[in-house]
Design a protein around this ligand. Structure first.
Ligand SMILES: NC(=O)C1=CN([C@@H]2O[C@H](COP(=O)(O)OP(=O)(O)OC[C@H]3O[C@@H](n4cnc5c(N)ncnc54)[C@H](O)[C@@H]3O)[C@@H](O)[C@H]2O)C=CC1
Ligand SMILES: O=C([O-])C1=[NH+]CCC1
Length: 314
């Protein structure tokens, strides 16, 4: 067995190795390759989900093979519909890198930081391509782990003049806003938070729509990250029908996204197609990027962590 304990990469190590400046270009390349289906360079099926009915959750198995780069990877992620007030995590993940020739495990690493950072980085890529060039106001709906990683990358990559946050509980929104800095405003309602916003990130655990199209400014960009099951929603039909809808994966969108399946909205393009220049970026229109999370994003991120971890260990 070609596996040693040295290949366990812990959360604090992933945290210190992964940087948005290096991660974002890797993810752009990976998404472009993923959408170039003809080349068969990326083999990544829609994730398999095993219901954990007793615990209102799912185990997602997310394999990916990138032949040219020799990356073979799978993530195991458990995600849950937690009751209000629950302090248990919504997602927990572990990533495994394998050698594609021998089949042995090269590394097992924490998947929580990867999930937080790669999801936020992909949303930032969607904003870079789809938001209006003079975007000033960012709104984040939700105040959990993804809210924090999205705040971190959006403020690292862009210069918004105003950042607003909303949570169902005003106290939570205020505590979150204060933890981020004095320039962040906690809002009472979703409507107050999103009116006039140029970019809106939805990172809630909601299973019913929280964001209505009637409040969204024409030309705004929405990065919709929660609602990753076919019967879960974050966005209402009005928004889904008025927006140009971009996704990470068409196959995943029509299998897993309640916002797309239940609204009957049409998918215009994958983000990788915009990166490849085969589909246009409609910056002037209201756009939704429906993110579900892809194995190829985990594979590219894990390889980056592994390369940096190996070069540090040498
Ligand atoms: N697209 C992707 O690649 C990924 C999506 N996710 C999804 O993103 C969402 C957020 O994940 P985390 O930040 O890790 O979760 P978290 O539990 O840390 O935060 C969830 C937030 O949603 C709020 N919330 C819960 N129920 C709500 C409701 N009914 N209405 C409005 N707000 C509600 C909570 O108060 C909290 O602020 C989850 O749905 C998760 O499954 C997570 C990882 C990757
Ligand atoms: O891509 C991912 O890791 C997830 N998407 C939804 C929950 C977890």
């Amino acid at each position: 067995m070609f596996f040693s304990l040295h290949s366990l990469i812990w959360e604090h190590e992933v945290c210190s190795l992964l940087k948005y400046g290096e991660l974002i270009p890797r993810l752009e390349t990976a998404l472009g390759k993923f959408s170039n289906r003809d080349s068969a360079e990326v083999i990544q099926p829609v994730r398999t989900t095993v219901p954990l009915q007793k615990h209102s959750g799912f185990l997602g198995v997310m394999p990916c093979y990138m032949e040219n780069e020799g990356i073979l990877c799978t993530k195991l992620v458990c995600f849950y519909k937690r009751p209000t007030g629950s302090t248990l995590p919504s997602t927990q993940a572990t990533v495994m890198l394998l050698d594609p020739e021998y089949g042995n495990v090269k590394a097992i690493m924490d998947g929580d930081v990867i999930t937080g950072m790669r999801t936020a980085a992909v949303s930032a890529i969607s904003a870079k391509l789809l938001m209006c060039p003079d975007a000033e106001i960012l709104t984040i709906l939700g105040t959990g782990k993804q809210a924090l990683s999205h705040y971190n990358v959006f403020t690292e990559v862009f210069s918004f003049k105003e950042v607003r946050v909303w949570s169902r509980s005003k106290d939570k929104a205020e505590a979150f806003a204060q933890s981020l800095g004095h320039h962040v405003t906690a809002c009472e309602s979703v409507e107050e938070a999103v009116r006039g916003a140029d970019v809106i990130v939805t990172v809630t655990r909601s299973t019913v729509p929280v964001l209505s199209g009637q409040w969204v400014k024409p030309g705004a960009h929405v990065a919709a990250v929660g609602a990753c099951r076919p019967d879960w929603r974050e966005l209402d039909d009005t928004l889904m029908k008025q927006a140009v809808v971009y996704v990470d994966s068409r196959e995943a969108a029509v299998t897993e996204s309640g916002d797309i399946i239940l609204s009957g909205a049409e998918v215009f393009a994958e983000m990788g197609e915009v990166i490849n220049g085969t589909k246009p970026a409609h910056r002037e229109k209201t756009t939704v990027f429906k993110s579900l999370g892809l194995g190829v994003e985990d594979a590219a991120s894990a390889q980056l962590v592994f390369d940096k971890w190996k070069s540090k260990a040498m």
